[in-house]
Design a protein. Structure first.
Length: 147
């Protein structure tokens, strides 16, 4: 089931083509470590329902669903086939819709002035927990931090 809903005046666009997520160079050892941490954090909460914002190659969502997690995916890129096409800046769900909202390796791709709005939206749709991660390597590659 794929639904497209957009209430946001500001249009975010995918930054990469879907095949970017399926190249051998994408799934590095560091990325798999990140997957493990994301999965571990969510499973340790024993959630009744989870919203995953930004699905990448779908590895984390497939793994969680295979473990019986009731998971809904949201992404701005319809070609990635999320359950719902929408923006983290205007999440198309009512307040407190999900016990856990996870947004991993997404926020660093937003313009800085939109991060606060995104965090407000993520918090708004969560009943209880947020699982967030920001890619350290992105900031290192951009020269924003040193190794």
């Amino acid at each position: 089931m794929s639904t497209t809903i957009s209430h946001c005046n500001e249009k975010l666009k995918p930054q990469v083509k879907p095949d970017h997520y399926y190249k051998i160079t994408y799934d590095t050892k560091e990325r798999f470590c990140s997957y493990w941490h994301q999965i571990h954090e969510v499973l340790s909460l024993n959630p009744s329902e989870v919203l995953e914002i930004g699905i990448g190659n779908g590895f984390v969502s497939r793994y969680l669903r295979d473990r019986g997690v009731n998971l809904t995916t949201l992404d701005i890129d319809k070609d990635l086939k999320p359950d719902v096409v929408g923006s983290v800046l205007d999440i198309p769900f009512p307040k407190a819709s999900f016990q856990v909202v996870m947004c991993c390796e997404v926020l660093e791709h937003l313009p800085y002035e939109n991060v606060s709005r995104a965090l407000s939206e993520i918090s708004r749709v969560s009943k209880q927990y947020l699982v967030l991660s920001i890619c350290y390597l992105f900031y290192q590659q951009e020269g924003l931090i040193s190794s």
